[in-house]
Design a protein around this ligand. Structure first.
Ligand SMILES: CC(C)(COP(=O)(O)OP(=O)(O)OC[C@H]1O[C@@H](n2cnc3c(N)ncnc32)[C@H](O)[C@@H]1OP(=O)(O)O)[C@@H](O)C(=O)NCCC(=O)NCCS
Length: 172
């Protein structure tokens, strides 16, 4: 079956760690997940999260592939985001990570912008997600992208850590 495959490119101006060296221009390709990306996604998930379940990712690909998006730099898959529609009005971000070696280059921002764009073409009017209460960096990242906190789910994770629930309102 022919699969719709999109690519959105972002040029990120990554700051050089060396003084007097100009910012490096990076091409970030944003496209739909393909089955051959599976090992990259699982590798990133293992590096970034304590809990992981490869089974979910193939299931997402089979059931809601529109919201399964990856970021590529220099031919490597460096990050992914998985979002799906919980109801007519509500989209949910299920998992989102950038390989530790490729964080702070703008790939996360490109992915979150793209998932918002994908949801904006549907009937969804809000996007929700959960983030660990201790994950200050991700909370700040989401806030910078227009998400705000709407509550706390106590002992949400297996290790009993609370989750902060965050919401993004889509303009209609
Ligand atoms: C949260 C996460 C997805 C963000 O992805 P990212 O690719 O690092 O995000 P970006 O590079 O777009 O932006 C992150 C930071 O880089 C900065 N940045 C973005 N583009 C930049 C650039 N070209 N040059 C320098 N800095 C840049 C941003 O200002 C931001 O600053 P911060 O350190 O205050 O957050 C990533 O850090 C991650 O995978 N974290 C671990 C997993 C996780 O927490 N997932 C979310 C759980 S719900």
């Amino acid at each position: 079956m022919w699969e719709y495959f999109y690519t959105v490119c972002y040029l990120s101006s990554a700051k050089s760690k060396l003084p007097d060296v100009n910012p490096v221009k990076l091409l970030i390709i944003i496209r739909k997940f393909q089955p051959h990306d599976f090992p990259w996604v699982i590798d990133i998930e293992k590096k970034v999260f304590d809990e992981h379940d490869p089974y979910f990712y193939m299931q997402f690909y089979e059931t809601c592939s529109e919201g399964f998006i990856v970021a590529e730099i220099n031919g490597f898959v460096v990050g992914y985001i998985v979002g799906f529609r919980m109801s007519e009005e509500t989209g949910r971000i299920f998992s989102f990570a950038i390989h530790p070696a490729y964080q702070n280059l703008g790939a996360g921002s490109a992915l979150i912008r793209e998932i918002i764009n994908v949801f904006s073409k549907t009937s969804v009017s809000e996007i929700i997600l959960e983030v660990r209460q201790s994950n200050t960096r991700a909370k700040k990242f989401y806030e910078r992208h227009g998400f705000y906190s709407i509550g706390v789910a106590e002992k949400y994770y297996n290790d009993n850590e609370n989750a902060v629930l965050m919401r993004f309102q889509l303009e209609r």
